[in-house]
Design a protein around this ligand. Structure first.
Ligand code: 4NP
Length: 155
């Protein structure tokens, strides 16, 4: 069974779809076999495609995420995924609150995997502009590369 990772933000329309896309590209680049998905702690945008600014940011980097559909995290996710990676500290706190007793998923903050960025969140670009989405992309790529490197070292 390949390892599996769920990336989680608040709405699942900006940061976590970008994190999933960045990790998928990095995993392909380094030959890591991994199951990937993303979700939000909130249900507001369930069933919707990513924010068009997130779609555009991914597109600027050669990746199409228009087919992604948002969903809310569910209790089963804590049993089905090996790792659940939060995009910011509020999301991590909510994941700890939602985690069913005895669940197997290891929880972490994405930027905790990046040297020198420990404890930092990927800031929410929802109320920002295009440059904020580009910064989100830069952050999720840094997180994806660091996490993939760690996972490659374990395999
Ligand atoms: P995300 O961004 O958590 O990165 O998907 C947000 C998306 C929507 C909202 C907030 C953050 N919202 O308030 O609807």
């Amino acid at each position: 069974m390949p390892a599996s990772i769920l990336f989680v933000c608040l709405g699942n329309i900006c940061r976590s779809p970008l994190a999933e896309a960045a990790f998928r590209r990095e995993a392909e680049r380094v030959g890591l076999d991994v199951g990937l998905d993303s979700a939000g702690t909130a249900a507001w945008h369930a069933g919707k495609p990513p924010d068009e600014r997130a779609i555009a940011a991914a597109h600027r980097n050669g990746i199409d995420i228009a087919h992604f559909r948002a969903r809310q995290i569910a209790p089963e996710d804590f049993c089905q995924f090996d790792r659940i990676v939060a995009l910011d500290a509020d999301v991590l706190a909510e994941l700890k609150r939602l985690r069913p007793p005895g669940s197997r998923a290891e929880l972490s903050l994405l930027l905790d995997h990046v040297d020198g960025r420990e404890g930092h969140g990927v800031s929410d670009p929802f109320y920002g502009g295009e440059e904020h989405f580009d910064r989100t992309w830069t952050d999720v790529v840094a997180g994806a590369k660091a996490l993939a490197r760690e996972m490659g070292a374990w395999n």
